[in-house]
Design a binder for this molecule. Structure first.
Ligand SMILES: Nc1ncnc2c1ncn2[C@@H]1O[C@H](COP(=O)(O)OP(=O)(O)OP(=O)(O)O)[C@@H](O)[C@H]1O
Length: 378
């Protein structure tokens, strides 16, 4: 994976002055249970969220992917209650936000306090054009009632953190898209959030700027122990920064998990999108097509030559690729073995014994086999 510059000007990462690194203990910091949102207009109802159970663990970067209209924006906006759910609960860092919202008058202040611990970054930056960069970053601190000196100190520290210390007095119109998003990120960090929500933060940016903003999010995740929940329609974003992901379809989460687990799950749509395998899945008649996923240290093993030698069979490689997913090296290969599935049970068992993830493709028995493996994986 290429190393991306942390800052637009190529500066190295600066140590963070705001919070010591605290590696998460893996407990959920964002949890939604049965989250449902029904939009009612005069002539129709749209169920945008249909009983969503989402778990994002502390310190991870979690991506939510799905087609347009799947409910991604509604979900991320429901996590900080910008969108009030019709039913279900949202808990962030141990606080049930849905309960706070239901508490009548007092709720406003308590909900505002809880929300300050949830930063949000938007696709179109949402900066105030009449305010300077520094004043934009100070805005949440003004709302929280910080003094002028404290606001100024913190805003300048945050601008330094995102590589824009020299742009404090500039106006948004004088910045590039990537710089505007850095201001958006600095503003989102003003309340010392535990969680950062990113709503398509890089969709309006060119590929190079996208990479630098994703790297900044990754660095903030690592240096501040910040948990990041992002929505995107780009699998490259997931590949570059996410530890885990969920797929949304029609308001539901249809699969969710660590990327390495999803890559090892037969039939995972996220895995197929993250890492599409080329090569005809049907192969030749009376031959068995097998997809192999290599993770971590397995990627360097000469498994195929070992297989061919051990069983004295000709192995054809139909397609293969290596990539880095979530910072880990992954290899996928589609091979073809001579003979139908039932004649290849032993060589396939050999591949499994090597700790590889195996999926049999395109044969009647494959369905049985895939279900068997899926059952084991659960
Ligand atoms: N304010 C609203 N009023 C009525 N329907 C809405 C509203 N907001 C969203 N919807 C509908 O809810 C469904 C989910 O929309 P949402 O924007 O959450 O999807 P999405 O996955 O984020 O899509 P995209 O990637 O295009 O932004 C869609 O059918 C959409 O038309």
């Amino acid at each position: 994976m290429p190393r991306f510059a942390l800052h637009a000007n190529g500066d190295a990462a600066r140590p963070c002055a705001f919070r010591a690194t605290s590696p998460g203990d893996g407990s959920p910091v964002i949890t939604t249970k049965g989250l449902t949102k029904v939009y009612r207009t005069r002539d129709r109802e749209v169920t945008a969220l249909d009983g969503v159970d989402l778990h994002v663990r502390e310190g991870e970067v979690h991506g939510v992917v799905g087609q347009s209209g799947a409910g991604k924006s509604t979900l991320i906006r429901a996590v900080n209650l910008l969108e009030v759910p019709t039913s279900g609960t949202v808990t962030v860092d141990g606080t049930d936000l849905t309960a706070l919202a239901g508490n009548g008058k007092r709720a406003g202040a308590e909900l505002r306090k809880a929300r300050a611990r949830i930063g949000m970054v938007f696709q179109h930056f949402n900066l105030l054009s009449a305010r300077t960069v520094q004043d934009n970053v100070e805005l949440p601190l003004e709302i929280l009632g910080h003094s002028g000196a404290e606001r100024s100190r913190k805003a300048l520290e945050l601008l330094d953190l995102v590589g824009l210390a020299d742009k404090a007095k500039a106006y948004p119109a004088q910045l590039s898209g990537g710089q505007k998003q850095r201001v958006g990120i600095a503003r989102a960090l003003a309340g010392d959030p535990k969680v950062l929500l990113s709503d398509e933060a890089t969709s309006a940016l060119d590929p190079e700027t996208t990479r630098s903003i994703l790297q900044l999010l990754r660095d903030l995740n690592r240096d501040l122990g910040l948990t990041v929940l992002l929505i995107t329609h780009e699998m490259d974003v997931v590949k570059a920064v996410c530890d885990s992901a969920s797929l949304m379809k029609n308001g539901k989460i249809t699969e969710s998990g660590a990327l390495s687990d999803l890559l090892a799950t037969p039939g995972s749509e996220i895995a197929a999108e993250l890492f599409p395998l080329t090569g005809d899945p049907l192969g030749a008649p009376d031959r068995t097509v097998v997809d192999i996923t290599f993770l971590g240290e397995n990627t360097g093993q000469p498994v195929i030559s070992h297989l061919a030698r051990t069983y004295n069979i000709d192995v054809s490689i139909l397609g293969a690729a290596m990539d880095t997913v979530g910072g880990k090296q992954v290899g996928r290969m589609r091979i073809e073995l001579p003979g139908p599935y039932e004649e290849n049970v032993v060589p396939i068992g050999f591949l499994r014994e090597q700790g590889l993830q195996i999926e049999i493709v395109g044969a009647a028995d494959a369905v049985k086999d895939t279900q068997l493996v899926a059952g084991v994986a659960q």
